[in-house]
Write a protein that binds this ligand. Structure first.
Ligand SMILES: [Zn+2]
Ligand SMILES: [Zn+2]
Length: 366
C-alpha cells in the first residue's frame, strides 16, 4: 500500500529540553511521510556516543530536540515516490545524505557536501520539520529514532532479512558500521598488517572484529576499562594494554618490535592522538574517529585521516556485516544490553560509566 497523505500521527518520543538531560518521554505529533519519505515504526534503537555528547552539549531549552540515530523497525507507510521498500519490510536506519551533490552522485554519501545539515540540522534539507506542530525538532541523522515512529528516506534506510531480530540489528546503522568500515573501507587493512585500537567501546570492538576478519596481526586493544579489554580479547584482539597500568608506547614496541601500521583513535583525548602518531610505523595511518581533521604532513609518509561512518554506503555495507554475523564471524550482539524505552536515562548513565558497551532501547508496539 502506498500512501502519501501528510496527516499527522501521535507518537511518543524522548525529548531533550535541558542541557545534560534528562530526556523526557512525551506525546508528539509527527507529520508525513512525504512523497519521498518512509514512516517506520521503531522496534529498537541503539544509543551512540554522539547521542550522549549531544545531550551534554545541546541547549534543549532554546531548541528541544529528539535524538537517536540507530533505529530499527517496520515500514508502516511509504510515500508515492518510494521504490526500494514497502509496507511490512524490516529496515534499519543509518546516516542521512543529500543525494544530489557530486560526492553523493559518485557513490560517496559519507562525504556528502550537506552532511552536517542532513544529520545535525534537526530539519529536512528544505528547512521543514515533521515535528513542527509539537514545537520540537526532529530529523537527527534523518531519523530521530528515540521515538515510537520515525520518518526516513530511501537514502538512509536499509532493508534487512525478516528472520533476524531487529533488536539486535539496530546498532549496525552507526557505531558498528563506523568501526568495521574504518578497518575494511577507509584503511583497507590487509592481512598481516599491525593495528592498534585506542578505545574499545562499541566502535572499537567492531573494529577489533573487522581486523580479525581481514587477518590483521597483531591486533592491539587499548583501554582503561578491564571488562572491555577482556571482551576485546574474546572478539579478536591478540594483545591488550590497560592504559591505566601500562605505558602504551613501550608495550607496543615490545609486542611488534617496532610500531604499528594503523591506529584507530576513538578516545578523543589529545594525549592519545599524539601517542597514536608516535607509535606509527613509516607510511602508517592514524584514523581519527573523533571529528578531528587529518594531516598528511607527518615525517616518513605517515598521515592522519578523519573518518566519517567508515566510508560506508549503508545499503551495501550493512548487508555485508549481516552476512558476516550470520556466518558467526562478526558477533556484534555480544556488545548489546537491552533496556526498555522508559529506562533511556539509565541506559545513557550506564554507557557513560562504561558499564554498558552498546545500550539498545526496546519500544513496545503501539
Ligand atoms: Zn550529498
Ligand atoms: Zn553514532
Amino acid at each position: 500500500m502506498k500512501n502519501s497523505e501528510a496527516h499527522g500521527q501521535k507518537i511518543r518520543a524522548a525529548v531533550l529540553r535541558e542541557k545534560g538531560g534528562p530526556l523526557k518521554i512525551e506525546s508528539l505529533e509527527l507529520e508525513g511521510p512525504r512523497d519521498d519519505e518512509v514512516l517506520v515504526r521503531i522496534v529498537a534503537t541503539g544509543i551512540c556516543r554522539t547521542d550522549i555528547d549531544f545531550c551534554d552539549d545541546w541547549d534543549g531549552t532554546a531548541k528541544p530536540v529528539v535524538l537517536g540515530h540507530e533505529g530499527a523497525g517496520v515500514v508502516v507507510q511509504v510515500g508515492k515516490r518510494v521504490k526500494s521498500v514497502d509496507r511490512g519490510d524490516h529496515v534499519i536506519l543509518s546516516y542521512q545524505s543529500c543525494g544530489r551533490c557530486r560526492q553523493c552522485l559518485s557513490g560517496h554519501p559519507w562525504a556528502c557536501r550537506h552532511f552536517y545539515e542532513a544529520n545535525f540540522g534537526f530539519k529536512r534539507l528544505d528547512g521543514s520539520n515533521a515535528l513542527q506542530r509539537s514545537g520540537v525538532h526532529g530529523h537527527f541523522f534523518g531519523q530521530s529514532s528515540f521515538a515510537t515512529h520515525s520518518v526516513a528516506t530511501e537514502r538512509n534506510i536499509i532493508r534487512v532479512p525478516q528472520d533476524l531480530h531487529l533488536e539486535i540489528l539496530s546498532p549496525l546503522g552507526c557505531g558498528i558500521q563506523t568501526g568495521a568500515g574504518t578497518v575494511m573501507n577507509s584503511l583497507a587493512v590487509s592481512e598481516g598488517a599491525s593495528i592498534a585500537i585506542f578505545g574499545t567501546g562499541a566502535v572499537g570492538l567492531a573494529a577489533v572484529m573487522a581486523a580479525r576478519i581481514v587477518g590483521a596481526s597483531p591486533i592491539i586493544g587499548v583501554d582503561f576499562n578491564p571488562t572491555r579489554l577482556e571482551l576485546a580479547l574474546e572478539l579478536g584482539a591478540t594483545h591488550i594494554i590497560n592504559n591505566s597500568q601500562d605505558d602504551i608506547a613501550s608495550r607496543i614496541s615490545e609486542i611488534t618490535g617496532s610500531g604499528v601500521d594503523y591506529v584507530l583513535e576513538i578516545t578523543g583525548n589529545p594525549r592519545m592522538l599524539q601517542l597514536a602518531i608516535d607509535v606509527l610505523n613509516p607510511q602508517g595511518t592514524v584514523a581519527l574517529l573523533t571529528g578531528t581533521s587529518g594531516s598528511d604532513s607527518l615525517p616518513e609518509d605517515r598521515k592522519t585521516i578523519s573518518v566519517i561512518q567508515g566510508d560506508a554506503v549503508p545499503q551495501r555495507f550493512i548487508p555485508k556485516l549481516i552476512a558476516l554475523y550470520q556466518a558467526g564471524l562478526f558477533p556484534f550482539d555480544r556488545l548489546v544490553k537491552f533496556y526498555d524505552f522508559s529506562e533511556i536515562n539509565q541506559a545513557i548513565a550506564d554507557a557513560k560509566r562504561g558499564d554498558t558497551i552498546k545500550p539498545v532501547l526496546l519500544l513496545s508496539e503501539e
